[in-house]
Write a protein that binds this ligand. Structure first.
Ligand SMILES: Cc1ncc(COP(=O)(O)O)c(C=O)c1O
Length: 379
């Protein structure tokens, strides 16, 4: 049987990985500054992670959400503690798109409205409402296009107010730092006004922290820098260090009703073990502190990279913007220097999304290799 050919693939086949390093079938090692798309939070094959998941698998891999699962409560308690969002309620699912789908559905249930406001250049996933709230017509089918979504420019308060004043918007969904879009972030004033406008018009505010959450920016959630309180927070990528798990944090003002949301696999025993292992390692190894320190070091060292126009993003969710299109450069970094990086909708930008236990030595390796490659290419 052939695979359904939807991914343009690099010709690399990873077979094993450890920490920041990925090894291919020929035993070549690659420095992972992409984290499998911001997913690897505590490093590949972390011993505590392996131990915890293996032990859980020996005991019980899965049982349904029809019975008690104390691991979900343990995960909620630890997550509330480390994120300082203890008052929220947790619903678990399996991916980022699913988290946003549930967040939007819940906002519609809560407000009795159906229209969504999202931002230009945003990305929220591939499922029905999540992709409709994603500003990319090429990945929206006619089926998805039936959702009512209006897009406004990130930072444009007037346009936002004009939409919300119509009184029919259930939610505004936003990425505090746009990931796929290219690392743009609006001002603190904008995010505070966004929150105030949502309150004024009884619209729920959904923070999509699927990529920027779980310590990636040096804060647990990226919105926390701006001191706002979203009504729903969606999470996924860093949550399971590669084990598929996602979730939403739901403000106490939103009441649960039996049957309102549900899932077969979400919050299963193995996923919870992975999620708990991630939080335990983050706390024990102080990965948010490491994120802030290595980020500052990166930004300082990166200033000398030739042809660099701007350094965007925060923590270990960074973008290097050049004065040329970076696709050939990223290819050379993989095949000649054995370094994985990410791309974005901004063709001139390299995305840096390493595991949060990356060190200054890894950054030195990258910046030297990148500078050398740029100097060696004809622009
Ligand atoms: C901000 C954001 N939201 C949602 C998603 C969708 O997540 P998933 O691919 O797990 O469905 C992504 C994935 O890149 C993302 O970056």
């Amino acid at each position: 049987m052939e695979l359904f050919d939807v991914y343009p693939l690099y010709n690399v086949s990873p077979l094993k990985a450890e920490g920041l390093w990925v090894y291919d079938k020929d035993g070549e090692k690659y420095l992972d500054l992409y984290g499998g798309h911001a997913v690897i939070s505590i490093g590949h094959s972390h011993p505590h992670y392996i131990k915890k998941i293996s032990a859980q698998l020996e005991a019980l891999g899965f049982y349904s959400n029809a019975v008690q699962n104390p691991l979900q409560k343990e995960l909620a308690a630890q997550l509330g503690n480390i994120s300082a969002c203890d008052e929220y309620q947790l619903f678990l699912c399996n991916s980022g798109a699913e988290a946003n789908e549930n967040a939007l559905k819940l906002a519609s249930f809560h407000t009795g409205r159906s229209k969504v406001v999202a931002f230009k250049n945003g990305f929220h996933g591939r499922t029905s409402a999540a992709v409709a709230a994603t500003d990319n017509p090429s990945i929206n089918s006619l089926l998805n296009a039936q959702h009512q979504v209006d897009f406004v420019t990130l930072g444009d308060l007037q346009a936002l107010e004009a939409q919300l004043a119509k009184g029919d918007v259930c939610a505004v969904i936003f990425e505090c730092i746009q990931g796929v879009g290219g690392l743009d972030e609006a001002s603190g004033d904008f995010y505070n006004s966004l929150e105030a406008l949502c309150r004024k018009h009884d619209t729920l505010l959904i923070a999509d922290e699927v990529q920027s959450g779980y310590g990636r920016t040096g804060d647990f959630f990226a919105f926390q820098k701006h001191g706002i309180t979203p009504d729903i927070i969606s999470m996924a990528k860093g949550m399971g260090n590669g084990f598929p798990i996602g979730g939403i944090l739901i403000h106490p003002k939103i009441e649960a009703k039996h049957g309102m949301l549900g899932t077969t696999f979400g919050g299963n025993h193995l996923a919870c073990a992975a999620g708990l292992a991630v939080l335990e390692v983050m706390e024990k190894e102080q990965l948010m502190k490491n994120t802030r320190e290595v980020s500052a070091y990166f930004k300082d060292k990166a200033r000398n990279i030739p042809h660099l126009k701007d350094i965007k993003g925060r923590g270990l969710m960074l973008g290097l913007e050049f004065d040329f299109a970076v696709a050939p450069l990223r290819k050379k970094l993989i095949h000649q220097k054995h370094i994985f990086t990410g791309g974005s909708a901004n063709k001139n930008l390299i995305r840096i999304l390493p595991p949060l236990n990356v060190t200054k030595e890894h950054i030195d390796l990258f910046i030297d290799a990148l500078s050398e490659t740029i100097q060696g290419q004809q622009l």
